[in-house]
Design a protein around this ligand. Structure first.
Ligand SMILES: *[C@@H]1O[C@H](CO)[C@@H](O)[C@H](O)[C@H]1NC(C)=O
Ligand SMILES: *[C@@H]1O[C@H](CO)[C@@H](O)[C@H](O)[C@H]1NC(C)=O
Ligand SMILES: *[C@@H]1O[C@H](CO)[C@@H](O)[C@H](O)[C@H]1NC(C)=O
Length: 303
């Protein structure tokens, strides 16, 4: 009997042990079931899903043969990503009726891609530049469409640089004049896109319906990240009165040593506020060459 008791109590002890293991496993599974979705939600909050975006490329590089090849490589590598490319022959279209033959042939080459739209650069000096000269620049770009030496050299719109962000009635009238001139320019291709670059969030009265895209941020990665200001900046970006389809962000001096995952996260985050994005790790003459991680930044833009 004694032997039997010992065996029974051993079996009971084993059963109890199994019961405890089983209970522990259940508790563990329950914890996982609760913790995983919460962790997922939190990680998604820190890393929102990227929204379909377009690259806005300030291409202020003179097209000596081969100079624009990195752009061609990017366009070919990502056929489903759209590129809006700003060309700038001479702080504007230059003083001649047509640009140099290098420009002519390179612009024609880019115009062949279905995912590329070309914009002509026009500087307006914060609405202080002589209005007649600005209108002449618009008209010069418009005239490219009838260059007898170039069948497909027209641009799709105008990128107005140095637009003011503070409202006055004079500024508003000035901007209305140049917008109208661009929308009426017969030689610009549809949709005769108008881009304004105040580089910061402008007074809402300056972003009327003619302004297709506004660059609301043109600054360094550090300015975006800096604790006190970045929270305020992000809040301001998040509460913009204009839809992201009309907003652009240009960021330079992005940390060169950043991982590709972090580049993606950054682009995904910016895409919440802006459909037109440009990121570069160059910290001077940002638009005059392709930075060391040019292709990586292109690869990071969400579509
Ligand atoms: C790219 O541009 C084309 C033509 O404007 C448009 O139909 C398409 O939806 C755009 N694609 C993306 C991913 O923005
Ligand atoms: C603006 O430029 C035009 C043409 O260059 C010139 O005739 C005109 O006097 C200028 N206007 C002002 C206010 O400087
Ligand atoms: C067209 O090209 C020819 C030959 O290169 C050149 O002589 C002529 O000036 C060009 N015309 C224009 C309008 O640029």
């Amino acid at each position: 009997m004694k032997g039997n008791d010992a065996i029974i109590s051993q079996i009971l002890r084993r059963k109890r042990k199994r019961f405890w293991y089983f209970s522990l496993a259940i508790v563990f599974l329950v914890i996982l079931a609760v913790v995983l979705p919460v962790a997922f939600v939190f990680s998604r909050r820190r890393h929102p899903k990227g929204l379909k975006s377009t690259v806005l490329v300030p291409l202020y590089i003179y097209p000596i043969p081969g100079a624009w090849e990195p752009l061609h490589e990017a366009i070919i590598a990502r056929p489903n990503l759209n590129f809006t490319v700003i060309i700038n022959p001479d702080s504007g279209p230059g003083s001649t009726r047509y640009p140099s033959s290098e420009y002519t042939s390179e612009v024609q080459r880019l115009n062949v891609y279905p995912n590329v739209r070309m914009m002509g650069y026009v500087r307006i000096g914060y609405a202080k530049r002589n209005l007649t000269e600005v209108l002449e620049d618009i008209s010069t770009y418009s005239g490219w469409s009838v260059n007898p030496n170039a069948t497909d050299q027209a641009v799709h719109g105008i990128f107005f640089d140095e637009t003011p962000n503070e409202y006055t009635s004079e500024v508003s009238d000035y901007l209305k004049s140049i917008n109208q001139a661009a929308k009426n320019a017969a030689g610009l291709l549809p949709a005769r896109t108008i881009i304004h670059n105040p580089g910061s969030i402008p007074d809402a009265r300056l972003t009327d319906a003619d302004v297709d895209i506004t660059v609301v941020f043109e600054a360094s990665y550090q300015e975006y990240q800096e604790d006190s200001s970045s929270k305020a900046l992000r809040a301001r970006l998040a509460s913009l009165p204009i839809d992201r389809s009309r907003v652009s962000c240009i960021m330079f001096s992005v940390r060169t040593g950043m991982s590709q995952g972090d580049r993606r996260s950054l682009a995904d985050e910016l895409s919440q506020h802006a459909e037109f994005l440009y990121l570069t790790d160059l910290s001077q003459n940002y638009y005059e060459s392709f930075g060391p991680h040019w292709q990586d930044f292109i690869a990071a833009i969400p579509t």
